[in-house]
Design a protein around this ligand. Structure first.
Ligand SMILES: [Zn+2]
Length: 297
């Protein structure tokens, strides 16, 4: 019996292995979320002298090593700089054993790290339970992990890096061509194009009317990617869900916390969440909606 047979015949083994594997993925996403914006910031600074006048993500007293990417250097405590050992880097467990403190200097380690690891595992299990031990699951897992990274990066820095959105878009188109996802290629091409153009249009109309920028180009690319994964039919569900939750949360923040209404609220996390829900239950939602209209008429 191969490991693949074991996974297809025993869901318990599959899910247990998936939880362990995706906790590690969550730990990797933490690195991406932390480092990718810093890497981009450094690139932009190197390319553009004009940007030097704005504050940097990396303060001048903590210069980056010459080689700095997702893999190098090894993770270290941001407070004391002590390298994190393999034992201290076990997702979730290390944070609990260290009681959320650096083993060396006892500085607090944000609870965000274990939360992102746990969320990655939880959402991955939901995907696996929905689509089973299939290639479809593998594809949707990749989408899920990218959406988690994009949401947190957008929340922190109001950027949706092209380094994630564009490969996601091309991958979505290919998955349809190779029949991994059950949506026609013409549907996903139209989905990608309409996803981009619809938000592009909203952006320019909004800017024309108010003189303000309501969202960024990253949002258009993210919706294009979601259209490339799900086809144009689910775009309306995604836009409706993300706009509704975005508006509710935005108004709540302005009313409850007195947030300045001119500070832009990142739209990426809402798009990502709505896109993920549409990927899993979009067809159920549209079916239920159509039934409802049918009953009403
Ligand atoms: Zn430390």
């Amino acid at each position: 019996m191969t490991i693949l047979d074991l996974f297809s015949t025993s869901p318990a083994w599959f899910i247990t292995t998936l939880v362990i594997f995706t906790l590690l993925i969550g730990s990797f996403l933490n690195v991406v979320i932390y480092r990718l914006p810093i890497m981009l910031d450094r690139d932009w600074r190197m390319q553009s002298q004009e940007l030097l006048a704005t504050p940097s993500l990396t303060s001048a007293d903590k210069p980056l090593p010459p080689k700095y990417n997702i893999m190098v250097p090894r993770s270290a405590c941001p407070h004391c700089g002590k390298q994190i050992t393999a034992l201290q880097n076990i997702p979730l467990i290390s944070w609990l054993l260290l009681k959320g403190k650096c083993a060396n200097c006892k500085a607090r380690i944000s609870i965000r790290y274990p939360i992102i690891e746990a969320c990655t595992a939880l959402l991955s299990v939901i995907v696996a339970l929905k689509f089973g031990f299939t290639l479809h699951t593998a594809a949707v897992l990749i989408l899920t992990w990218c959406l988690i990274a994009l949401s947190v990066i957008d929340f922190d820095h109001q950027i949706l890096p092209d380094q994630i959105t564009l490969p996601l878009l091309w991958l979505g188109l290919l998955l349809s061509v190779f029949k991994v996802l059950p949506i026609s290629t013409s549907d996903v091409i139209v989905g990608a194009a309409l996803g981009y153009l619809s938000l592009w249009l909203v952006y320019h109309l909004f800017k024309l009317a108010t003189g303000k920028e309501g969202m960024g180009y990253g949002d258009f690319k993210l919706l294009a990617a979601l259209g490339a994964w799900m086809g144009w039919k689910l775009l309306s569900v995604i836009i409706l869900f993300s706009a509704l939750t975005g508006a509710i949360v935005g108004i709540a923040l302005i009313v409850l916390r007195g947030r300045d209404r001119n500070i832009p609220i990142p739209f990426g996390p809402y798009l990502a969440a709505a896109g993920w829900i549409a990927m899993l239950w979009g067809n159920d939602i549209t079916d239920a909606y159509l039934r409802m209209i049918h009953v009403a008429s």
